[in-house]
Design a protein around this ligand. Sequence first.
Ligand code: ATP
Ligand code: ZN
Length: 397
Amino acid sequence: MSTIKIELGTQLPADLKKDFIHKMYYSDSSVGTCAFDEKGTSLLLDLKEGTTCIPDVLEKKARELAASLSSSYIPIKKIVYFDQSDITPRYCEDIEQVLLDQGHIHQLGQGQYALGPNVTNLIRALDSLFIEFGRSQGAREYAVPTLIPVETLAACDYFTSFPHTVTFAFHLPEDLKRIEDFMASAREQRSKGGIKQIEIEEVKTDVVLSPAVCYHIYHMQEDLSFDKGEQGRTFLCKGKCFRYESGTLNGLERMWDFTMREVVFVGSNDYVQSGRERSLDWVIDLLKQLGLKCRVETASDPFFAGDAVKKKAFQQTLQLKYEILVDLPWKDTLLAVGSMNIHQNFFGKTFNISLENGTHVETGCTAFGLERFALAVMAQYGPEPEHWPEILTSRMT
Ligand code: ATP
Ligand code: ZN
């Protein structure tokens, strides 16, 4: 692997650095790893095996990205709703490595993992708490698909906000000749040692793998008018989510294929706001019982480009996203394990869902990343259940 050093010549603000690194991975397919040097003004890029690139071109891309991010940067003060940073975690090994070394997880592909008994038990215990919260809110329980229509995701503005993370799903066209040709080519490639990649010419798709769970919930209520006097509805759902996060994919911290549990509030402004405030109170109580070093604060989503800065500022200023950030002691960084989001009437308008008085509903969702939450617990307590908090072990069979 060859390394390139790029002098940016300028120090980016700390919160912009994360965004910059994230976007650099999408700037060129040769970028393998990407990090700042100790001074924070030079970029160290490792190129992927078997790729080539012109260093000057990469340097130009890096400088342009830094300039564009800096020119539109708006510093925003985060609001902290809960802070439990004074806790000293009992465990500080590199849990990702320990989980792999001890066979608690197995990497099966990029961002794809099989989880062993300890991890699945922990996830089940955590999820039972989230389910309990959802039920305490009177939520209706739904199972939703893994696929989502392109049309639905487009209506949710996903392709204009996060196109880089979308995972497209394809199938062979209904064409006997092409199916037979495909089989013949698969047979031939298998006999030559295996199939690593598939290329299908001129194939179109109208479905993708869903990047979130709550979109299905809004979609299924399309053109719905709430009953007389009904202020809102709450839903409980869980699903597989897919986000291609390129070079930032990393163990259970950032997976391509992960699981999200959501409690979704749909209704009047009061209904949705109070749903989120109850979520916040419940989350704070849970974090205290789990004894995790963590905090809850305002955040923004990783919008890709275009009006990304405006969208981020809007989200932060209006406090539309609260994030649960848990400390990973072995590397002293914070990991988002869940978020409590408000979308105002965006989905209400998009899917024409209205209250009895004709106004569009507002929506909000409280989302937990199950693998990430489990990782965060194990990062502070270790991989063995005997060290985990009682609130979890008491729920294990
Ligand atoms: P991040 O900024 O860390 O990418 P996010 O703000 O995009 O996270 P949300 O859209 O709020 O995440 O999703 C809800 C939760 O789903 C996150 O708090 C996290 O626990 C989980 N999650 C999101 N992306 C991933 C991923 N790539 N791998 C594992 N879990 C994830
Ligand atoms: Zn959601």
